[in-house]
Design a protein around this ligand. Structure first.
Ligand SMILES: [Fe+2]
Ligand SMILES: [Fe+2]
Length: 360
C-alpha cells in the first residue's frame, strides 16, 4: 500500500481536510513556484513534503488502516475479476485525445448543460479552475500561481470524488434495463453487461486511488451525500429519457479525459514531483495487466484515461441508438469483419461515438 501518513491530531487534520476541499493550499507563506504550464495552469508545492505525507485525511493517524486489505482464508488462494480488462498497448493509449461531440438535438443540449453545471460544482469543491487560471495567468502569472495552483493532493481529491460518482450511472442504467427486461418479458439485446462492466471499471479506478491516499471524514460525507442525490437523480432521469442520460455520461467522460490529460501533462512537465516516481499499487498492476517497467503513476493515468475515452465512446454510441430495439454494438458479432466496428478494446476508437447507420 502506498498510503501516506503524517502525524497530526484528529481535530487539526479535520479542519485541514475541510479547508483543503473547499480551497486547498491557498496560503502564500509556504508556497513555492515550480513553474507554469505551457498552456496555463500553475502548480506549486503547497507545503513541505513532510507535511503532505497523508492526502486529504481527517482520520487520526492512530485510527487509519489499510483500505480493503486482502481477506486471507484457509482455502481460497485468489479472487479474480469478473470482467477481465482488455489489454491496451502504449500506442493505443497515447492515441487518446481530448474531443467533444457537438450537441445537435434538444436532448443533447440538456445533457451538455447538466454536465457544465456539475463541472462547475466540482471545480468549486476541488479548487480546479482551468479557464479562470488561464485568463489570470496571461495577465498576472504570480497572482494566478497563488490563486489557482493544482498539485498532487488537489488532483487526488478530485480523482477520488470524480470516480466515486462515475461508478453510479452504469449501475443505474444496467439495473433499470434488467428490471425492464423482466417486467416486459423481453430481451435486453446485450446492453446490461456493458453498462455493469463500465461501473465495475469506474469502481476499480476509485479503489486504485484509495490505495494511494486515504479520504478523511469530510470527503466521505461528500461522497455519501453526492451518491444519495446522484443515484436517485439518475434513476429518475433514466426512466424518463435513457438516450439523454447516455449522452450526458458521454459528455461527462469527455471531461474525465480532459482531467487526466492535464495530470499527465503536468507530470511530464515536472510539476507533480511527488508523482514522478510513484509506483502504481498492486491492485492496478493486476487489473490492467501493467507490464514490468510500465507501472508508474503516469502509466496508471494513461490506463485510466484510456478507460474514460472508452466510456466516452460507448455512451455517445448508445445515445445514438434506438434504446428499445437495437443490439449492443460492443458485444455483437458483425457480418462484415472487414469494416471497422465497435470493440471492447481501443481498436477503432471513436471519440464522439459511432453513428447508428454505421453499425446497425
Ligand atoms: Fe473513471
Ligand atoms: Fe469513466
Amino acid at each position: 500500500m502506498i498510503s501516506r501518513r503524517v502525524a497530526s491530531s484528529g481535530a487539526m487534520a479535520s479542519k485541514r481536510a475541510s479547508a483543503q476541499l473547499l480551497k486547498s493550499c491557498n496560503g502564500l507563506g509556504t508556497s513555492s513556484a515550480i513553474g507554469l504550464r505551457p498552456s496555463f495552469i500553475i502548480v506549486r508545492q503547497c507545503q513541505p513534503l513532510i507535511a503532505s505525507r497523508r492526502n486529504f485525511s481527517s482520520t487520526s493517524n492512530v485510527n487509519s488502516k489499510e483500505f480493503f486489505p486482502k481477506n486471507e482464508t484457509e482455502r481460497v488462494r485468489k479472487t479474480g475479476s469478473a470482467w477481465p480488462h482488455p489489454v491496451y498497448t502504449p500506442e493505443q493509449m497515447d492515441s487518446v485525445v481530448v474531443a467533444h461531440r457537438e450537441a445537435k438535438t434538444y436532448s443533447d443540449k440538456v445533457a451538455l448543460l447538466a454536465v457544465k453545471v456539475l463541472r462547475y460544482g466540482l471545480d468549486l469543491a476541488t479548487g480546479y479552475k482551468h479557464e479562470k487560471a488561464t485568463a489570470l495567468n496571461k495577465k498576472d502569472p504570480t497572482a494566478a500561481l497563488h490563486k489557482y495552483a493544482m498539485n498532487e493532493k488537489k488532483y487526488m481529491i478530485r480523482n477520488v470524488f470524480l470516480e466515486s460518482v462515475a461508478g453510479v450511472p452504469g449501475m443505474v442504467a444496467g439495473m433499470l434495463r434488467h428490471l425492464h427486461s423482466m417486467r416486459r418479458m423481453k430481451r435486453d439485446n446485450g446492453w446490461i453487461e456493458t453498462l455493469l462492466e463500465e461501473s465495475f471499471n469506474e469502481r476499480m479506478h476509485l479503489l486504485t486511488f484509495l490505495k494511494m491516499s486515504e479520504p478523511g471524514l469530510f470527503m466521505r460525507l461528500m461522497v455519501l451525500g453526492a451518491q444519495g442525490v446522484w443515484f436517485n437523480a439518475l434513476f429518475l432521469a433514466y426512466l424518463i429519457s435513457p438516450r439523454t442520460v447516455h449522452r450526458f455520461v458521454g459528455y461527462l467522460e469527455e471531461e474525465a479525459v480532459i482531467t487526466y490529460t492535464r495530470q499527465i501533462a503536468d507530470i511530464d512537465a515536472g510539476r507533480l514531483p511527488e508523482w514522478s516516481n510513484l509506483q502504481a499499487p498492486e491492485i492496478a498492476v493486476e487489473y490492467w495487466k501493467m507490464p514490468e517497467g510500465h507501472r508508474t503513476m503516469r502509466d496508471l493515468l494513461l490506463y485510466i484515461r484510456a478507460d474514460e475515452s472508452k466510456h466516452r465512446e460507448v455512451n455517445h454510441t448508445l445515445g445514438n441508438l434506438n434504446q428499445k430495439e437495437d443490439p449492443n454494438p460492443y458485444v455483437s458479432e458483425y457480418k462484415d469483419l472487414t469494416r471497422p466496428h465497435p470493440t471492447k478494446g481501443l481498436e477503432h476508437l471513436r471519440a464522439t461515438g459511432w453513428e447508428r447507420s454505421e453499425i446497425i
